[in-house]
Design a protein around this ligand. Sequence first.
Ligand code: 5GP
Ligand code: MN
Length: 345
Amino acid sequence: MLIPLFLPPCMKPIQEFYPLISQPRKVVITTHQKPDGDAMGSSLGLYHFLIQFGHEATVISPTNWAGFLDWMPGTKSVLDFDLNKEKGKKLIEEAELIFCLDFNILHRTKNMESWLEAANCTKVLIDHHEQPQESAFQYGISNTGKSSTCEMVYDFIVESGHSDKLNKDIATCLYTGVMTDTGSFRFPSTKASVHRMVAHLKELGLEHSIIHENIYDNFLENRLRFIGNALLNRMDVIYELNTAVMYIPKSDLLKYDIRTGDTEGLVNYLLTIQGIKLAAIVIDRDEERKWSFRSKGGFDVNTFARLHFEGGGHMNAAGGRSSDSLNETLKRFYEVIKQYQQQLQ
Ligand code: 5GP
Ligand code: MN
């Protein structure tokens, strides 16, 4: 029998990390670029938990984030790596523990990737996406059955025996992510455990209506005009493939002064058309053409995004990218979906 000379490092179960929670350390908590409600909520929820043990913790976001997340408790102390690289690099270099939340492959931290890779400390993964890069983490939990990383941070706190540390700030942050990642509790990922968790958060003083307003009723007029234009002029429905696609040229982003977060959720409008199984939107960002994919039923957009658009995510919600022009990447989309005629019908 051949004995392997080298065994790849293996991610130890998160339970083995629990005894280390109460030992104060220099901690960095980070998440994916352009963090959404779940990324920011889980990072800040964990932050408000860890500081109670005397950890010296900083949340670092690889990039900026949507303005509608600015009200969350602790957001002001989040470091934007793009804007403050020197400080970010120093914090990562000096960190004894790095928590990686709501992503599972280091390149999703964009400019931070090489610094995280080089960091020679303990990295802990908490995430619910498909196909984790396990070799990058010493401890972790990856569970695609979970509604959100926020739910997993809640489990982390409760299962490690520290429920007494849950407070209103943590509840506010965790509710935000579970609400946004479940489409306000409508996706199939909303199991009984999600509602039980929310009940517990309510008992801690959670004011959920304020959070809904802060997230969903916090835009400027220009965003609605932009959406109106996109629905009218930038949408194509391919009925024979039960697919709807939307394409946003850079000129629209400029004309309507569109900011980070303003396009979030736009792809969901496409899924409201009767019979549509695949919805896709591509946005012409400065550095790349960014795709969002959503599906209903058995069409696996995680695999689709991985195979054709350098992306990934979940079975029914994924993202991807392309370096081609908007026209080219759109043309390629029309070509590749033809291969999926059977699955889409
Ligand atoms: P969204 O379309 O809202 O940006 O992303 C949908 C889901 O796919 C989210 O869970 C997000 O984290 C994930 N996702 C988005 N873009 C990418 C990507 O480029 N690569 C991977 N692996 N996941 C992505
Ligand atoms: Mn998430």
